[in-house]
Design a protein around this ligand. Structure first.
Ligand SMILES: Nc1ncnc2c1ncn2[C@@H]1O[C@H](COP(=O)(O)OP(=O)(O)OP(=O)(O)O)[C@@H](O)[C@H]1O
Ligand SMILES: [Mg+2]
Length: 336
Protein backbone atom coordinates (compact mmCIF):
# COMPACT_ATOMS: atom_id res chain seq x y z
CA UNK A 1 0.00 0.00 0.00
CA UNK A 2 1.34 3.42 -0.93
CA UNK A 3 1.61 6.10 1.72
CA UNK A 4 -0.60 9.13 0.91
CA UNK A 5 1.24 12.03 -0.69
CA UNK A 6 0.06 15.58 -0.01
CA UNK A 7 1.45 18.46 -2.09
CA UNK A 8 0.96 22.18 -1.62
CA UNK A 9 0.69 23.61 -5.10
CA UNK A 10 0.40 27.05 -6.65
CA UNK A 11 2.42 28.44 -9.53
CA UNK A 12 2.06 31.87 -7.96
CA UNK A 13 5.18 32.43 -5.84
CA UNK A 14 5.45 33.59 -2.24
CA UNK A 15 2.03 32.38 -1.09
CA UNK A 16 3.42 30.56 1.94
CA UNK A 17 3.80 27.01 0.58
CA UNK A 18 7.15 26.31 2.22
CA UNK A 19 6.18 27.88 5.51
CA UNK A 20 2.91 25.92 5.63
CA UNK A 21 4.55 22.57 4.82
CA UNK A 22 7.26 23.17 7.41
CA UNK A 23 4.75 23.91 10.18
CA UNK A 24 2.32 21.21 9.16
CA UNK A 25 5.10 18.59 9.15
CA UNK A 26 6.05 19.56 12.70
CA UNK A 27 2.41 19.59 13.79
CA UNK A 28 1.77 16.10 12.41
CA UNK A 29 4.85 14.74 14.17
CA UNK A 30 3.72 16.39 17.43
CA UNK A 31 0.34 14.68 16.97
CA UNK A 32 2.15 11.32 16.85
CA UNK A 33 2.19 10.71 13.11
CA UNK A 34 5.26 9.52 11.24
CA UNK A 35 6.01 12.06 8.54
CA UNK A 36 8.30 12.17 5.54
CA UNK A 37 8.67 15.68 4.20
CA UNK A 38 10.23 16.03 0.75
CA UNK A 39 11.79 19.20 -0.62
CA UNK A 40 11.26 19.06 -4.37
CA UNK A 41 11.80 22.74 -4.97
CA UNK A 42 15.27 23.40 -6.44
CA UNK A 43 15.31 26.61 -4.38
CA UNK A 44 15.61 24.23 -1.37
CA UNK A 45 14.05 26.72 1.06
CA UNK A 46 12.39 23.97 3.06
CA UNK A 47 15.74 22.21 3.53
CA UNK A 48 17.24 25.50 4.73
CA UNK A 49 14.40 25.79 7.27
CA UNK A 50 15.15 22.34 8.70
CA UNK A 51 18.93 22.07 8.51
CA UNK A 52 22.01 24.17 9.26
CA UNK A 53 24.07 25.35 6.29
CA UNK A 54 27.10 23.21 7.20
CA UNK A 55 24.89 20.12 7.19
CA UNK A 56 23.36 21.04 3.82
CA UNK A 57 26.83 21.56 2.30
CA UNK A 58 27.78 18.08 3.49
CA UNK A 59 24.65 16.51 1.95
CA UNK A 60 25.16 18.23 -1.38
CA UNK A 61 28.71 16.86 -1.53
CA UNK A 62 27.15 13.42 -1.20
CA UNK A 63 29.32 11.56 1.24
CA UNK A 64 26.42 9.11 1.62
CA UNK A 65 24.39 7.72 -1.35
CA UNK A 66 20.97 9.35 -1.79
CA UNK A 67 21.84 12.27 0.50
CA UNK A 68 19.64 14.73 -1.44
CA UNK A 69 16.78 14.33 -3.90
CA UNK A 70 19.14 15.24 -6.72
CA UNK A 71 21.57 12.48 -5.78
CA UNK A 72 18.64 10.02 -5.80
CA UNK A 73 17.68 10.85 -9.40
CA UNK A 74 21.05 11.80 -10.88
CA UNK A 75 21.92 8.27 -12.17
CA UNK A 76 18.76 8.34 -14.32
CA UNK A 77 20.28 11.07 -16.49
CA UNK A 78 22.96 8.49 -17.39
CA UNK A 79 22.43 4.75 -17.50
CA UNK A 80 21.88 4.14 -13.78
CA UNK A 81 18.77 3.72 -11.65
CA UNK A 82 17.10 5.51 -8.73
CA UNK A 83 19.02 5.57 -5.43
CA UNK A 84 17.15 5.06 -2.14
CA UNK A 85 16.93 8.33 -0.17
CA UNK A 86 19.04 8.76 2.98
CA UNK A 87 16.46 10.36 5.29
CA UNK A 88 17.46 13.11 7.69
CA UNK A 89 15.87 12.65 11.12
CA UNK A 90 14.70 16.07 12.30
CA UNK A 91 12.76 15.02 15.40
CA UNK A 92 10.78 12.03 16.66
CA UNK A 93 8.73 10.81 13.71
CA UNK A 94 9.84 13.65 11.43
CA UNK A 95 12.14 12.87 8.50
CA UNK A 96 13.35 14.99 5.57
CA UNK A 97 14.30 14.08 2.01
CA UNK A 98 16.64 17.05 1.49
CA UNK A 99 16.28 19.31 -1.53
CA UNK A 100 19.13 20.36 -3.77
CA UNK A 101 19.79 23.38 -5.97
CA UNK A 102 21.19 21.00 -8.60
CA UNK A 103 17.76 19.38 -9.00
CA UNK A 104 17.01 22.17 -11.51
CA UNK A 105 19.20 20.28 -13.99
CA UNK A 106 16.80 17.31 -13.92
CA UNK A 107 14.04 19.44 -15.49
CA UNK A 108 15.45 18.81 -19.00
CA UNK A 109 15.68 15.05 -18.50
CA UNK A 110 12.02 14.97 -17.45
CA UNK A 111 10.95 17.13 -20.41
CA UNK A 112 12.80 14.83 -22.82
CA UNK A 113 11.23 11.66 -21.39
CA UNK A 114 7.66 13.00 -21.49
CA UNK A 115 7.08 12.42 -25.25
CA UNK A 116 9.20 9.23 -25.18
CA UNK A 117 6.75 7.69 -22.71
CA UNK A 118 4.03 7.64 -25.41
CA UNK A 119 6.03 5.54 -27.88
CA UNK A 120 5.14 1.95 -28.74
CA UNK A 121 8.23 0.39 -27.20
CA UNK A 122 11.25 1.07 -24.96
CA UNK A 123 8.92 2.56 -22.39
CA UNK A 124 10.49 1.36 -19.16
CA UNK A 125 13.20 3.98 -19.01
CA UNK A 126 10.93 7.01 -19.63
CA UNK A 127 8.25 5.69 -17.25
CA UNK A 128 10.86 4.97 -14.57
CA UNK A 129 12.23 8.50 -14.91
CA UNK A 130 8.85 10.28 -14.95
CA UNK A 131 7.70 8.38 -11.86
CA UNK A 132 11.07 8.65 -10.07
CA UNK A 133 9.94 11.17 -7.43
CA UNK A 134 7.00 8.98 -6.51
CA UNK A 135 9.21 5.87 -6.23
CA UNK A 136 11.83 7.70 -4.13
CA UNK A 137 9.31 9.20 -1.72
CA UNK A 138 7.62 5.82 -1.21
CA UNK A 139 11.03 4.19 -0.59
CA UNK A 140 11.68 6.83 2.05
CA UNK A 141 8.25 6.33 3.62
CA UNK A 142 8.76 2.58 3.81
CA UNK A 143 12.03 2.96 5.70
CA UNK A 144 10.25 4.53 8.67
CA UNK A 145 6.68 3.22 8.29
CA UNK A 146 5.41 6.74 7.49
CA UNK A 147 1.74 7.72 7.77
CA UNK A 148 2.00 10.63 5.36
CA UNK A 149 4.36 12.27 2.86
CA UNK A 150 4.28 16.09 2.59
CA UNK A 151 5.84 17.75 -0.44
CA UNK A 152 7.03 21.27 -1.16
CA UNK A 153 7.53 22.42 -4.74
CA UNK A 154 8.55 25.61 -6.52
CA UNK A 155 6.15 28.16 -8.05
CA UNK A 156 5.90 27.05 -11.69
CA UNK A 157 4.20 24.62 -14.07
CA UNK A 158 7.41 22.91 -15.23
CA UNK A 159 8.36 19.28 -15.75
CA UNK A 160 9.62 18.75 -12.18
CA UNK A 161 6.29 19.88 -10.75
CA UNK A 162 4.36 17.77 -13.24
CA UNK A 163 6.31 14.72 -12.08
CA UNK A 164 5.64 15.59 -8.44
CA UNK A 165 1.93 15.97 -9.15
CA UNK A 166 1.91 12.57 -10.89
CA UNK A 167 3.10 11.15 -7.56
CA UNK A 168 0.55 13.18 -5.57
CA UNK A 169 -2.70 11.89 -4.09
CA UNK A 170 -3.99 15.11 -2.50
CA UNK A 171 -3.44 18.75 -3.42
CA UNK A 172 -3.85 21.79 -1.19
CA UNK A 173 -3.76 25.20 -2.88
CA UNK A 174 -2.28 28.02 -0.78
CA UNK A 175 -3.49 31.42 -1.94
CA UNK A 176 -2.67 35.03 -1.41
CA UNK A 177 -5.62 37.40 -1.33
CA UNK A 178 -4.93 39.55 -4.33
CA UNK A 179 -5.75 39.80 -8.02
CA UNK A 180 -2.71 37.73 -9.04
CA UNK A 181 -3.58 34.80 -6.81
CA UNK A 182 -7.16 34.78 -8.00
CA UNK A 183 -6.04 34.79 -11.62
CA UNK A 184 -3.54 32.00 -10.84
CA UNK A 185 -6.32 29.96 -9.25
CA UNK A 186 -8.24 30.04 -12.54
CA UNK A 187 -5.32 28.23 -14.24
CA UNK A 188 -4.67 25.66 -11.56
CA UNK A 189 -7.81 23.56 -12.03
CA UNK A 190 -7.30 23.08 -15.81
CA UNK A 191 -3.58 22.36 -15.28
CA UNK A 192 -4.31 19.62 -12.74
CA UNK A 193 -6.98 18.06 -14.98
CA UNK A 194 -4.67 18.13 -18.00
CA UNK A 195 -1.73 16.53 -16.14
CA UNK A 196 -4.01 13.87 -14.70
CA UNK A 197 -5.41 12.99 -18.14
CA UNK A 198 -1.98 12.95 -19.80
CA UNK A 199 -0.56 10.67 -17.09
CA UNK A 200 -3.53 8.36 -17.36
CA UNK A 201 -2.83 7.98 -21.11
CA UNK A 202 0.76 7.08 -20.32
CA UNK A 203 -0.33 4.51 -17.76
CA UNK A 204 -2.66 2.92 -20.34
CA UNK A 205 0.10 2.94 -22.93
CA UNK A 206 2.44 1.22 -20.46
CA UNK A 207 -0.14 -1.32 -19.33
CA UNK A 208 -0.89 -2.22 -22.96
CA UNK A 209 2.79 -2.69 -23.76
CA UNK A 210 4.53 -6.06 -23.83
CA UNK A 211 7.29 -4.61 -21.67
CA UNK A 212 4.98 -4.13 -18.70
CA UNK A 213 4.85 -7.94 -18.24
CA UNK A 214 8.64 -8.01 -17.79
CA UNK A 215 8.50 -5.57 -14.87
CA UNK A 216 5.97 -7.06 -12.47
CA UNK A 217 7.20 -5.20 -9.39
CA UNK A 218 7.27 -1.78 -11.11
CA UNK A 219 4.34 0.03 -9.52
CA UNK A 220 3.42 3.37 -11.05
CA UNK A 221 1.85 6.20 -9.05
CA UNK A 222 -1.79 6.57 -10.09
CA UNK A 223 -1.75 10.37 -10.52
CA UNK A 224 -4.81 11.00 -8.37
CA UNK A 225 -4.09 14.72 -7.73
CA UNK A 226 -7.32 15.23 -5.81
CA UNK A 227 -7.78 18.85 -4.73
CA UNK A 228 -8.93 18.91 -1.10
CA UNK A 229 -9.13 22.65 -0.51
CA UNK A 230 -7.26 25.91 -0.21
CA UNK A 231 -5.50 27.95 2.45
CA UNK A 232 -5.84 31.76 2.42
CA UNK A 233 -2.98 33.96 3.46
CA UNK A 234 -4.30 36.94 5.31
CA UNK A 235 -1.03 38.76 4.88
CA UNK A 236 0.88 39.93 1.90
CA UNK A 237 4.63 40.38 2.13
CA UNK A 238 4.62 42.96 -0.61
CA UNK A 239 1.43 44.87 0.04
CA UNK A 240 0.37 46.23 3.38
CA UNK A 241 -3.30 46.85 2.68
CA UNK A 242 -6.36 47.71 4.70
CA UNK A 243 -8.77 44.92 5.68
CA UNK A 244 -11.30 46.05 3.07
CA UNK A 245 -8.91 45.41 0.18
CA UNK A 246 -8.19 41.97 1.61
CA UNK A 247 -11.90 41.10 1.86
CA UNK A 248 -12.62 42.17 -1.72
CA UNK A 249 -10.34 39.45 -3.10
CA UNK A 250 -10.89 36.86 -0.36
CA UNK A 251 -14.66 36.85 -0.98
CA UNK A 252 -14.14 35.82 -4.61
CA UNK A 253 -12.05 32.77 -3.73
CA UNK A 254 -14.82 30.25 -2.84
CA UNK A 255 -16.67 30.75 -6.12
CA UNK A 256 -13.49 30.78 -8.20
CA UNK A 257 -12.23 27.59 -6.51
CA UNK A 258 -15.50 25.78 -7.19
CA UNK A 259 -15.61 26.91 -10.82
CA UNK A 260 -11.95 26.47 -11.79
CA UNK A 261 -10.90 23.54 -9.62
CA UNK A 262 -14.09 21.57 -8.98
CA UNK A 263 -15.83 22.48 -12.27
CA UNK A 264 -19.07 23.37 -10.50
CA UNK A 265 -21.50 25.32 -12.63
CA UNK A 266 -22.94 28.48 -11.09
CA UNK A 267 -21.63 27.97 -7.56
CA UNK A 268 -23.18 30.25 -4.98
CA UNK A 269 -21.22 33.11 -3.57
CA UNK A 270 -19.99 32.79 0.03
CA UNK A 271 -17.23 34.01 2.32
CA UNK A 272 -14.12 31.85 2.83
CA UNK A 273 -14.99 31.39 6.52
CA UNK A 274 -18.27 29.70 5.48
CA UNK A 275 -16.64 27.52 2.81
CA UNK A 276 -15.80 23.92 3.69
CA UNK A 277 -12.96 23.97 1.15
CA UNK A 278 -11.25 26.77 3.04
CA UNK A 279 -8.94 24.66 5.20
CA UNK A 280 -7.45 27.64 7.03
CA UNK A 281 -6.91 31.37 6.96
CA UNK A 282 -3.32 31.94 7.97
CA UNK A 283 -2.65 35.09 9.99
CA UNK A 284 0.29 37.40 9.64
CA UNK A 285 2.54 36.01 12.37
CA UNK A 286 4.81 39.05 12.19
CA UNK A 287 8.04 38.75 14.18
CA UNK A 288 7.31 35.14 15.21
CA UNK A 289 8.32 34.04 11.69
CA UNK A 290 11.90 35.39 11.80
CA UNK A 291 12.14 34.25 15.45
CA UNK A 292 11.23 30.70 14.37
CA UNK A 293 13.69 30.84 11.47
CA UNK A 294 16.48 32.01 13.76
CA UNK A 295 15.93 29.18 16.22
CA UNK A 296 15.11 26.69 13.44
CA UNK A 297 11.82 25.83 15.14
CA UNK A 298 8.15 25.97 14.18
CA UNK A 299 6.63 29.12 15.67
CA UNK A 300 4.39 27.12 17.97
CA UNK A 301 7.46 25.63 19.68
CA UNK A 302 9.04 28.98 20.54
CA UNK A 303 9.62 29.50 24.27
CA UNK A 304 10.28 32.54 26.48
CA UNK A 305 14.00 31.62 26.28
CA UNK A 306 13.76 32.10 22.49
CA UNK A 307 12.19 35.55 23.03
CA UNK A 308 8.52 34.58 22.85
CA UNK A 309 7.29 36.60 25.83
CA UNK A 310 4.20 38.72 26.51
CA UNK A 311 2.01 39.11 23.42
CA UNK A 312 4.36 36.75 21.56
CA UNK A 313 3.54 33.94 23.99
CA UNK A 314 -0.17 34.34 23.18
CA UNK A 315 0.60 34.33 19.46
CA UNK A 316 2.57 31.08 19.92
CA UNK A 317 -0.49 29.46 21.50
CA UNK A 318 -2.76 30.79 18.73
CA UNK A 319 -0.40 29.44 16.07
CA UNK A 320 -0.43 26.01 17.70
CA UNK A 321 -4.23 25.98 17.66
CA UNK A 322 -4.32 27.19 14.02
CA UNK A 323 -2.00 24.43 12.77
CA UNK A 324 -3.67 21.75 14.89
CA UNK A 325 -6.98 22.73 13.29
CA UNK A 326 -5.44 22.69 9.79
CA UNK A 327 -3.98 19.20 10.38
CA UNK A 328 -7.40 18.02 11.58
CA UNK A 329 -9.20 19.45 8.55
CA UNK A 330 -6.72 17.81 6.18
CA UNK A 331 -7.12 14.48 8.01
CA UNK A 332 -10.87 14.69 7.48
CA UNK A 333 -10.25 14.79 3.71
CA UNK A 334 -7.62 12.07 3.35
CA UNK A 335 -7.05 8.52 4.52
CA UNK A 336 -3.74 9.06 6.33
N1 LIG B 1 1.88 33.50 8.21
C1 LIG B 1 2.92 34.27 7.88
N2 LIG B 1 3.11 35.47 8.46
C2 LIG B 1 4.16 36.27 8.10
N3 LIG B 1 5.07 35.96 7.18
C3 LIG B 1 4.95 34.76 6.55
C4 LIG B 1 3.87 33.86 6.87
N4 LIG B 1 4.01 32.75 6.08
C5 LIG B 1 5.12 32.96 5.31
N5 LIG B 1 5.67 34.16 5.59
C6 LIG B 1 6.86 34.77 4.93
O1 LIG B 1 6.50 35.06 3.59
C7 LIG B 1 7.55 34.75 2.68
C8 LIG B 1 7.05 33.74 1.64
O2 LIG B 1 6.70 32.53 2.30
P1 LIG B 1 7.11 31.11 1.73
O3 LIG B 1 8.56 31.07 1.40
O4 LIG B 1 6.61 30.09 2.68
O5 LIG B 1 6.26 31.12 0.38
P2 LIG B 1 6.37 30.12 -0.86
O6 LIG B 1 5.01 30.03 -1.46
O7 LIG B 1 7.00 28.85 -0.45
O8 LIG B 1 7.37 30.92 -1.83
P3 LIG B 1 8.03 30.36 -3.19
O9 LIG B 1 6.93 30.45 -4.20
O10 LIG B 1 9.18 31.28 -3.44
O11 LIG B 1 8.45 28.95 -2.94
C9 LIG B 1 8.69 34.22 3.54
O12 LIG B 1 9.59 35.26 3.80
C10 LIG B 1 8.01 33.76 4.81
O13 LIG B 1 8.89 33.82 5.91
MG1 LIG C 1 8.68 27.86 -1.27
Amino acid sequence: MNVPVLTFFNNKGGVGKTSLIYHLAWMYSMLGKKVVVADLDPQANLTAAFLAEEKIAELWEEQQPGSSIYHCVKPLAGIGDIVKPALQEIDTGLFLIPGDVELAGFEDTLSDEWPQSMRDNNLYRPMRTLSAFGQIMQMGAQQIGADIILVDIGPNLGAINRSVLIATDYVVIPLGTDLFSLQGLRNLGPTLRSWKALWSKRMDNWNDSRESHDYDDFKLPEGKMQPIGYVCQQYSVRLERPVKAYAKWADQIPQTYRQAVLEEENPQSMKPQDDRYCLATVKHYRSLIPMGQEHRKPIFRLTPADGAIGAHANAVRDAENDFRALAGKIDDQIDA
